[in-house]
Design a protein around this ligand. Structure first.
Ligand SMILES: Cc1cc2nc3c(=O)[nH]c(=O)nc-3n(C[C@H](O)[C@H](O)[C@H](O)COP(=O)(O)OP(=O)(O)OC[C@H]3O[C@@H](n4cnc5c(N)ncnc54)[C@H](O)[C@@H]3O)c2cc1C
Length: 465
């Protein structure tokens, strides 16, 4: 029996697992899919928000500001990129100026530092490609961007190093023995027993709450994006003024040097993300107001994520009706930013004894891309498989893919998210089959058994044509 069982291996579940391993306790994470980071944590804007947007007094405001402060040190220990780009929120006309003043005041009440309203000329000097029609801007110097995939993988790897266990393909379907300990039963009949259960199931948190004896209403909002190739049109996230639907479409660089526009905000009764045909027009319509001239930028792909929120719009972090059940749910934006702070406070709340052997450090996979010619030669002489380039667009070698498999990649998307393989110009058409072949060999499986992402989505056997 484990002390804690966390349901869901998104950024919240993995961060909670990692923070709990700082203490003398045992932790298991059960995840419905075959890998971590397959839900909202793998399809978001990757912005570490400064914290001027959430309403003062909410959990969102508290954990956004705390999480943003923690993020740089946290990411450094985990070998995850964090770039303090700053962010700009553009105002147009007099109404826009009023909105900026309100957001500045809100940010100050939330405790955000280094936040100021700047003049049109100063905004254009910082970011020359923004629309010259702006009247003023809110500059948040402490905002930044990260790689949300790598952050979630790093949390999982570091929590595993410190003793946490992960059970994949475990779709929590029912429970037994709700008094004392709880036994979770997966859809395929596996069982995991723990003294305490924590629902971090993201988009699936409503059904999981019901299984655990609680009725929690959650709403879903689709967010669609378009990704463009390098070089980025902007050096920091550019926002318009928020409205009742949220922060609106932004134009933002990614840590890879590419950039994107999005997300849309569409209330949805489906919980899995999808991309609407009309979204392209909507996205360009909104993004062009912030940064004109994007229509001709080289597009790479479209993607989408699903936000899951509580009816009151705030995060829900608290106990269920039954003993020893907790929920950390309705964690929509800024949940990525807030994850370190939420997890740290949650783990601390149990008053457990510290684990002196806890090691906070996780080393990133050694990457060929970006290395000098002599560094590349040194890597290849150490392991010739660094010389076998599998993904030409993003310069990913066989050696890196083997390392990704050792760290838990089981699907083509698992490799892609860990290494950016297949995320370049050809979008995988030149390397998917080679990645599948390495996965099959390393995992001792037939290539037909290698899935793109979910079970049954194989390149050669799934319903994918
Ligand atoms: C469009 C969009 C843009 C965003 N932009 C930002 C941003 O720029 N900055 C920011 O800070 N935040 C942002 N966010 C918010 C952030 O992405 C989320 O807050 C965060 O990813 C939520 O993580 P999670 O772990 O709660 O959920 P998820 O990542 O969805 O993880 C939940 C996991 O639970 C699993 N699960 C579900 N049901 C079961 C079950 N029955 N049994 C076992 N496992 C189950 C799922 O498979 C999934 O892996 C954005 C979100 C979206 C959608």
């Amino acid at each position: 029996m484990y002390d804690f069982c966390i349901i869901g291996a998104g950024v919240i579940g993995c961060a909670v697992a990692r923070e709990l391993t700082r203490y003398k306790t045992s932790v298991v994470v059960v995840e419905a899919r075959e890998d971590v980071c397959t839900g909202a944590s793998g399809a978001n804007s990757a912005v570490i928000h400064a914290g001027y947007d959430p309403l003062p007094g909410t959990l969102k405001a508290k954990y956004n500001v705390l999480g943003a402060k923690m993020f740089p040190t946290y990411a450094a220990a985990l070998g995850v990129p964090f770039v303090r780009t700053g962010s700009l929120l553009l105002a147009f006309g007099d109404n826009g100026r009023d909105a900026l003043r309100k957001l500045l005041e809100r940010g100050e009440r939330n405790g955000v530092k280094n936040l100021r309203v700047i003049k049109r000329e100063d905004a254009l000097a910082i970011e020359p490609r923004v629309s010259p029609d702006l009247t003023a801007a809110l500059y948040a110097a402490d905002a930044g961007i990260t790689n949300p995939f790598e952050f979630t993988f790093a949390l999982k790897e570091n929590s595993e190093k410190n003793g946490a266990r992960y059970e994949f393909g475990f779709e929590t379907a029912s429970v037994e023995n709700l008094n004392g300990s709880t036994t979770l039963i997966s859809a395929d009949g596996r069982k995991v027993t723990a003294a305490r259960v924590v629902n971090c199931a993201g988009e699936g948190a409503g059904p999981v709450a019901r299984i655990l004896g609680d009725l929690i209403y959650l709403k879903h909002r689709l967010g669609e994006y378009i990704l463009f190739d390098k070089p980025s049109a902007v050096s920091m996230p550019i926002f318009g003024t928020p409205d009742e639907n949220g922060k609106g479409v932004l134009v933002s660089p990614a840590v890879s040097g590419k950039f994107f526009i999005g997300p849309t905000s569409v209330v949805s009764d489906r919980i899995k993300p999808y991309f609407r045909n009309s979204a392209v027009k909507e996205l360009f319509g909104s993004a062009e107001k912030l940064v004109p001239g994007l229509e001709n930028a080289p597009r790479l792909t479209k993607y989408a994520g699903m936000r899951t929120a509580c009816a009151d719009g705030d995060f829900y972090i608290g106990k269920g009706r039954r003993e020893n059940v907790w929920h950390i749910i309705g964690v929509d934006s800024p949940g990525l930013t807030a994850a370190p702070a939420i997890a740290s406070a949650f783990a601390r709340s149990f008053g457990l004894e510290r684990e002196p052997a806890f090691d906070p450090v996780r080393r990133a996979i050694v990457r060929l891309n970006g290395k000098s010619a002599s560094e590349k030669r040194a890597l290849i002489s150490r392991d010739p498989r660094y010389g076998n380039i599998i993904c030409r667009c993003e310069c990913v070698s066989e050696a890196e893919i083997i390392e990704a498999v050792k760290r838990g990649a089981r699907t083509i998307d698992g490799v892609k998210k860990r290494l950016s393989a297949g995320m370049g110009k050809c979008q995988g058409s030149g390397c998917d089959d080679k990645i599948a072949a390495v996965l099959a060999r390393e995992l001792g499986k037939s290539i037909d058994a290698i899935d793109r992402n979910v079970r049954g989505s194989g390149l050669y056997s799934g319903e994918n044509l």
